[in-house]
Design a protein around this ligand. Structure first.
Ligand code: ZN
Ligand code: ZN
Ligand code: ZN
Length: 232
């Protein structure tokens, strides 16, 4: 494919035209080859999607706990798989949740998200290099203002589940950045953050940890919670 790409470039095709040709070609390959051929790739896609939903749940809880008194919202969460209060709270006495408890919970969640992020990078790098992986990386994960195509597509599912994307909701939670971090690329010339780093923005959709949904519905049950996957 690289050799063909070079020929296209030589005859004057633009990068956009080459991209569209590759998209068409990879889609065709997926359609023509038996499903079993891509089984491993689909498993990777499913695994990554699940890990990301868990990450959104953790990030939503972190965002909520970062606010003073933010833990209070979880007292009202009626989700059967979520402790009715944040984990370190003493269930017999709701009022013992101190600022130190909140800091400890945040530290634990931060460590959890770092582990998850690392696991995602190393895990996904083992995915087979084929048409499915290409489409997932270059089409579904194509960025536009920090938002991916897959995020855009999932607005529908979020709305159907009466999450913050639903028409009746005016909060616009999912439109806001959930998490920001700098990623380094030392292949770029120069030194310093401005030359080698780029600010990555993460946008998610509602999970059982979305405080806004918990307040609205009393319980929000889209399947993913910060402590692991719900069986429901
Ligand atoms: Zn929500
Ligand atoms: Zn909302
Ligand atoms: Zn949403």
């Amino acid at each position: 494919m690289r050799c063909i790409e070079r020929i296209f470039r030589m005859i004057g095709w633009t990068e956009d035209q080459i991209y569209r040709a590759k998209l068409w070609w990879n889609n065709l390959k997926i359609r023509l080859l038996p499903e079993a051929y891509y089984r491993l790739s689909w498993e990777y896609v499913e695994w990554k999607n699940d890990e990301l939903k868990r990450a959104y749940a953790i990030l939503q809880r972190m965002q909520q706990l970062s606010q003073e008194g933010g833990d209070e919202v979880y007292i009202y969460n009626l989700h059967p798989d979520i402790p009715s209060m944040v984990t370190s709270i003493n269930h017999t006495d709701q009022h013992t949740f101190t600022d130190e408890d909140r800091r400890q919970d945040l530290r634990r969640l931060r460590a959890e998200i770092c582990k998850l992020q690392k696991g995602l990078v190393t895990g996904w790098s083992n995915a087979p290099d084929n048409a499915v992986t290409w489409i997932y990386r270059k089409y579904w994960w194509a960025y536009k203002d920090g938002r991916t195509r897959i995020w855009n597509h999932r607005r529908q599912k979020c709305a159907d589940g009466d999450g913050c994307c639903a028409c009746a909701r005016t909060c616009g939670c999912c439109e806001k950045v959930l998490y920001e971090y700098w990623s380094r690329d030392y292949r770029n010339q120069g030194r310093g953050l401005e030359n080698t780093g780029s600010l990555q923005k993460v946008y998610g959709h509602c999970t059982a940890e979305c405080a806004c949904c918990v307040i609205t519905h009393g319980v929000y049950e889209p399947g993913f919670i910060a402590e692991g996957r719900s069986n429901s």
